[in-house]
Design a protein around this ligand. Structure first.
Ligand SMILES: NC(=O)c1ccc[n+]([C@@H]2O[C@H](COP(=O)([O-])OP(=O)(O)OC[C@H]3O[C@@H](n4cnc5c(N)ncnc54)[C@H](OP(=O)(O)O)[C@@H]3O)[C@@H](O)[C@H]2O)c1
Length: 329
């Protein structure tokens, strides 16, 4: 098959490699579309290696059709359209996917839409619903609100009945946050987000979902009201921060750090089950959908990476791997 390999110089190389081998309990998917994640940039620069035993081909999500299914008690068959979160191997013509990670395409969705869904909705659900234990009518701050994860997180928080403030780096991006349902969107290049959010949500907020890290840490903590939760999922501005522990105690606050990719398979399978149970009905009734920034050929992956590196994307960049990616099976 062809797959995207990162060369020792850090370049992308779409080249012939051996087909993936299905272990017991694994399916093989003929990939029609995959999608970019910020993690791909980090993996490429050598800062985010795949977990042991996983493919070193880039790509954390995919949609396509099954070419192999393992024997056993399940109702998947060769030819079925599916999508999945994977720990690697998405930028390829064929990918190995543990059976428990397979999801059917939400009814009415194309392979392109389905490829844009697994990583960002898994991340949003995991961190807001499971880690932060989001409850209806809570106040939530979503940083990076126009990112792939941010747009999904705004949708999830609104679906859970929360009030949402989002931050983003331009007027175009704050407009996208509002279009996803955010009640307030702050362009952090023009205004201090903590002052603005503090004025709107007097008394503080319950949950902050943060990918910015060090630069926002103090202000995030200051925004929390009693019982608040700060969930940190990335450190785009840096990873070292100091904290006055009394602030944490006075608020009886929780700081949670979380990654998805290196979690045990059983946890990812139960997250998949939760997505299918709680989000698929919304996908299928059309009240929740991934924001797609661009759809480009896998041959243009280099340009797509440059777009993400420059923070130009709002929502997901999808890579088309094989013809028929816009079919709605
Ligand atoms: N822990 C986990 O399990 C997990 C899972 C998935 C993703 N993530 C992380 O979540 C983040 C979003 O992922 P994604 O794939 O959705 O990324 P994305 O679409 O590339 O969005 C990232 C956005 O972050 C903003 N940003 C970048 N540097 C910044 C800085 N120094 N200060 C403030 N904002 C900055 C930019 O938006 P503006 O132009 O608005 O600044 C950028 O577009 C990534 O950092 C990713 O690694 C973590």
């Amino acid at each position: 098959m062809n797959a995207m390999i990162v060369t020792s110089a850090g370049d992308l190389d779409w080249r012939r490699v051996p087909d993936p081998i299905a272990g017991p309990g694994d399916a093989i998917v003929a990939v029609r579309a995959t999608a970019l994640n910020r993690a791909d940039l980090a993996q490429r620069s050598g800062n985010y290696p795949p977990p042991a035993g996983e493919s070193d081909v880039l790509g954390l999500e995919l949609a396509g059709t099954l070419t192999h299914v393992p024997a056993g008690d399940h109702d998947f068959a060769v030819g079925d359209p599916v999508c999945a979160l994977v720990a690697g191997g998405g930028y390829a013509e064929l990918a190995r996917v543990p059976l428990g990670m397979l999801m059917r395409l939400p009814r009415g969705w194309s392979f392109v839409e389905a490829a844009a869904m697994p990583e960002v909705y898994s991340t949003a659900y995991l961190n807001l619903v499971l880690e932060a234990e989001l409850r209806a009518r809570e106040r939530v701050v979503i940083h990076g609100g126009a990112s792939g994860v941010g747009t999904a997180a705004i949708q999830v928080a609104k679906a859970w009945g929360c009030d949402v403030a989002a931050t983003a780096g331009s007027a175009e991006k704050t407009a996208i946050c509002l279009a996803q349902g955010a009640d307030v969107a702050i362009d952090y290049t023009k205004q201090d987000f903590a002052e603005e959010i503090g004025a709107v949500f007097e008394g503080g907020v319950d949950v902050v979902l943060d990918m910015v890290g060090a630069e926002y840490f103090g202000r995030n903590l200051d925004l929390l009201r009693v019982g608040g939760r700060l969930v940190i999922i990335a450190t785009l501005s840096g990873a070292k921060a100091t904290i006055d522990l009394r602030e944490l105690m006075a608020r009886r606050a929780r700081i949670v750090g979380s990654t998805l990719r290196n979690r045990p398979l059983e946890e990812k399978v139960s997250l998949r089950d939760a997505l299918v149970r709680d989000l698929f009905p919304r996908f299928e009734e059309g009240t929740m959908a991934p924001v797609i920034d661009a759809v480009v050929s896998i041959g243009d992956a280099e340009d797509a990476h440059a777009r993400m590196r420059a923070n130009e994307n709002a929502g997901k960049i999808v890579l088309v791997v094989a013809p028929g990616s816009d079919e709605r099976p």
